[in-house]
Design a protein around this ligand. Sequence first.
Ligand code: SAM
Length: 229
Amino acid sequence: MKGTLYVVATPIGNLGDITLRAIEVLKRVDLIACEDTRHTKILLSHYGIKKTLTSYFEHNKQKKAEYILELLKKGKNIALVSDAGTPGISDPGYRVIRDVIDNEIEVISIPGANAAIAALAVSGMPTDRFMFEGFLPNKTTARKKKLLELADIKKTIICYESPHRILASLQDIKDVLGSAELAIAREITKKFEEIKRGSAEELLSYFKQHKVRGEFVIIINPKKAVIRK
Ligand code: SAM
């Protein structure tokens, strides 16, 4: 009999944000596939879980997917976790999950933390319809082009952003979407958690005056945007 792949959400900062079921599954499986073994070991040791780990990341994901598949075919049960949040959402879990599905092996979701949904829920932006955009393009020209496309969508947009690009992205949002309403959630569930709401201009000015550190989610309500083409 084939094994099962459990797609297990882990905390996005605060180690308390994990479900009882996730802990039970992590204890029960034969192997845990993770991005960075050092990172996952911190979580496991917090919960007293001793388990064999194997790492998958952007550059070995094809090879590692084959390895995971072989074990599942032999009847092993495997948990897939990422460094933070829900595997497959803007991290390399997708390839493994797809390959497992294509081989008609059972995939079970163990839901939990996700930065996009956590940020959206406290953003104060409309939540009835929204679009997850993941990371915006790295370069200004491509980013502005993408923002112009997004402006037409008229739904709340959720983007992930790194500390290195947050100022440049805010500048482009200001240039392209003018007065769009924004919320920026930084370091959700962590010590320096904050949520700032305002226009791109206001948020740009705020983050220029403070050290830009940590992880960011940008929520954009393009409805009030005055688009500048
Ligand atoms: N799989 C993860 C999830 O379910 O949210 C996302 C992984 S993606 C590689 C990492 C990005 O998620 C970060 O660059 C940041 O934009 C966002 N993120 C993750 N943790 C966060 C946190 N605690 N606060 C704010 N943003 C966070």
